[in-house]
Design a protein around this ligand. Structure first.
Ligand code: FAD
Ligand code: NAD
Length: 405
């Protein structure tokens, strides 16, 4: 092989971190590297709940990809991938076709709607900047419209969040903070607004520490969040949802259903014809596709087994960035020679925000954090992610420093 062609799909945590590492490890003469992303910017997906609620402007969560990559070493193509053709070693884009010697798939996640009627058409998601911005504007419009009607409609002020996992809980924390501001701005009585969480299991954050779950529920309930536990969201309409609790159906009128009840890998992965496990590619210890070792799959598109508990690792930015480090190392080894590295997840813990100045988390194995201290830790983690991609300059430009709560 002369100068190998390396194509990276997606400039999320996985893809952009890989690109940032590769441009330090390889020279212009070592390889032709192309990074493809559908937008000209990278967004911090882990901040999207803030953008969606309107507590943080979306421009704070995104930055230009060209500011991160060295254009002498990496060719950035702003385009949308439409198909991956592993047997032809080609990737189809809306505006062309790329061929590769090594492919890195980091196309991220989509909402999983589990075939629930009406969800895809009527619910709002928190999966990218476009979706977050739409949800923020939709909620504001509901408040703005409320006092402009002769018969004000309660469904405008009922905000339902489907799913009480980390995404749902983090969004609830932000929207609980945002609602009093919206009430003030649009002269709406706070008592008229309902924020309702619908969670299928009998607890929010299933599997997380019970003491921290209790803390989170108390924090959110104190700001007016209602929990419906053991409640399955069964149907979503433009003006309401149907839930089922203990076999009984209940309708809740709402113009705002936020679907935060699970994610799946980008569906292009499943459509590629590569063997998959519920849409994700189970990669080998070097993060390669077993049947096509020139393809690496990282981030939310990859499935890696946690042998300790015999379950896959959950899809997180934390693991995506660690995978990117190993992937970049292994690509360099393939191009310049050297040993490939095996991937091993180093769990740094989990911290979830509950809104302004409040959070919960478990770090350093079993150290529990909550309240202001946890919220500071969450900002440190958010800043660390920026640092890993763009160094100190990016932290100073986009970082979170409002530590006072
Ligand atoms: P993504 O971040 O989804 O990036 C994929 C990239 O591919 C994007 O740039 C996208 O535009 C691009 N792309 C997609 N399709 C195409 C296409 N067809 N053509 C071209 N480009 C395309 N994880 C944590 O570890 N900690 C947290 O605190 C945390 N908080 C979260 C909060 C929220 C609200 C959400 C939704 C998720 C959170 N996560 C968190 C999970 C984390 O965001 C994901 O695991 C992570 O984003 C996965 O990284 P990725 O690079 O695989 O994909
Ligand atoms: P999730 O799968 O973790 O949680 C989804 C929740 O929705 C579950 O509690 C599930 O019981 C519930 N649910 C599913 N179907 C339902 C239905 N029909 N009706 C009602 N409830 C239903 O998904 P997520 O919260 O989007 O998280 C996705 C990934 O991102 C996870 O790996 C998570 O760890 C990660 N994440 C991490 C953080 C953090 O570390 N701070 C924040 C957000 C997301």
């Amino acid at each position: 092989m002369n100068k190998p062609k390396i194509v990276i799909l997606g400039a999320g945590y996985a893809g952009l971190t890989t690109a940032a590492r590769l441009q330090k490890k390889l020279n212009e003469n070592d390889a032709d590297i192309t990074l493809v992303n559908k937008d000209h910017y990278h967004y911090e997906a882990t901040w999207l709940h803030e953008n969606a609620a309107g507590t943080l402007h979306h421009d704070r969560s995104r930055f230009e990809i060209k500011d991160i990559i060295n254009s002498a070493k990496i060719n950035f193509v702003k385009d949308t991938v439409t198909a991956i053709k592993p047997d032809d070693k080609k990737v189809e884009l809306i505006n062309g076709v790329l061929d590769y010697d090594y492919l890195i798939v980091g196309l991220g996640f989509e909402a999983a709607t589990f075939g629930i009627p009406g969800l895809y058409e009527n619910a709002f998601m928190i999966g990218n900047i476009d979706q977050a911005r739409l949800l923020r504007q939709h909620i504001e419009y509901q408040f703005a419209k409320f006092n402009n009607e002769t018969e004000p409609a309660q469904e405008r002020l009922n905000i339902v969040v489907g799913g009480g996992g980390f995404t749902g809980i983090e969004f609830l924390g932000e929207i609980a903070d945002r609602v009093p501001q919206l009430c003030k701005e649009y002269d709406v009585d706070r008592n008229k607004v309902r924020i309702i969480n619908v969670e299928a299991m009998d607890t929010i954050l299933p599997g997380f520490d019970p003491e921290l779950i209790e803390y989170a529920m108390n924090s959110l309930e104190a700001r007016g969040v209602e929990f419906k536990l053991g409640a399955f969201l069964k149907e979503c309409r433009e003006d309401g949802i149907t839930i089922e609790v203990n076999g009984e159906k209940e309708d809740i009128p709402t113009n705002t259903t936020v679907w935060a009840a699970g994610v799946k890998a980008n569906s292009l992965v499943e459509k590629s014809g590569l063997e998959h496990n519920r849409g994700k590619i189970e990669v080998d210890k070097y993060l390669r596709v077993p049947s096509h070792e020139e393809i690496f799959v990282i981030g939310d598109c990859a499935l890696i087994w946690n042998k300790e508990i015999d379950r896959p690792y959950p899809p997180t930015a934390q693991i995506a960035m660690q995978e990117a480090d190993v992937c970049a190392h292994n690509i360099k080894a393939l191009v310049k020679g050297g040993e490939q590295e095996e991937f091993e997840f180093n769990n740094m813990g989990t911290v979830a925000s509950l809104g302004h100045g409040d959070a919960i988390g478990v770090v350093m194995g079993d150290k529990k954090l909550f309240g202001w201290y946890a919220s500071v830790m969450k900002k440190v983690i958010d800043n660390r992610a920026l640092y890993k991609i763009g160094g100190l300059g990016l932290v100073l430009k986009k970082g979170k420093f409002n530590f006072l709560g």
